[in-house]
Design a protein around this ligand. Structure first.
Ligand SMILES: Nc1ncnc2c1ncn2[C@@H]1O[C@H](COP(=O)(O)OP(=O)(O)OP(=O)(O)O)[C@@H](O)[C@H]1O
Ligand SMILES: [Mg+2]
Length: 136
């Protein structure tokens, strides 16, 4: 599963990942991967890989760092600043777009771009998240 987290500097991408990992059962600190490029969180029988490509100077940095291997396994890849690694970054199942809204709140737009991503949005909806589903 590949999730692209989109939004400007400070939009809340890391904070959203932190919340997601906490909900999945991570109890330790969840650091931003700004300097390490990837932070690994094994939890609940899953491997979450949290990336931040903000510091890439060119998309080829993705290949040079050998990060493509992470995307071939069974883990869940959560990617901040995915645009910086296009065209080498594998495509997303889910796009999560964040933007600043009134009173320092945030708006989140979820868009599925695969069957797997769509199944995820359907599950979120069933769990009571208010959202509108994309057309089938
Ligand atoms: N949903 C939210 N409601 C209120 N404040 C938030 C929310 N999400 C994030 N923030 C605040 O916004 C600031 C930036 O958040 P965060 O570091 O998650 O952004 P980011 O999108 O990961 O930024 P970057 O592009 O630099 O990685 C933090 O101070 C955080 O506490
Ligand atoms: Mg961040």
């Amino acid at each position: 599963m590949v999730v692209w987290l989109e939004g400007d500097l400070g939009a809340g991408k890391t904070t959203l990942v932190r919340g997601l990992l906490r909900a999945a059962g991570v109890t330790g600190s969840v650091r931003s991967p700004t300097y390490t490029l990837v932070e690994v969180h094994p939890v609940s029988g899953l491997d979450f890989y949290h990336f931040d490509f903000y510091r890439f100077n060119q998309p080829e940095d993705f290949l040079d760092a050998g990060l493509d291997e992470y995307f071939q396994g069974r883990g869940i890849c959560l990617v901040e600043w995915p645009d910086k690694a296009v065209p080498y970054l594998p495509g997303a199942d889910l796009h999560l777009g964040l933007r600043l809204a009134k009173n320092d709140s945030r708006e989140l737009e979820c868009r599925a771009t695969s069957e797997r991503g769509r199944a995820c949005l359907i599950a979120l909806n069933a769990a009571g998240c208010s959202s509108s589903l994309p057309p089938a």
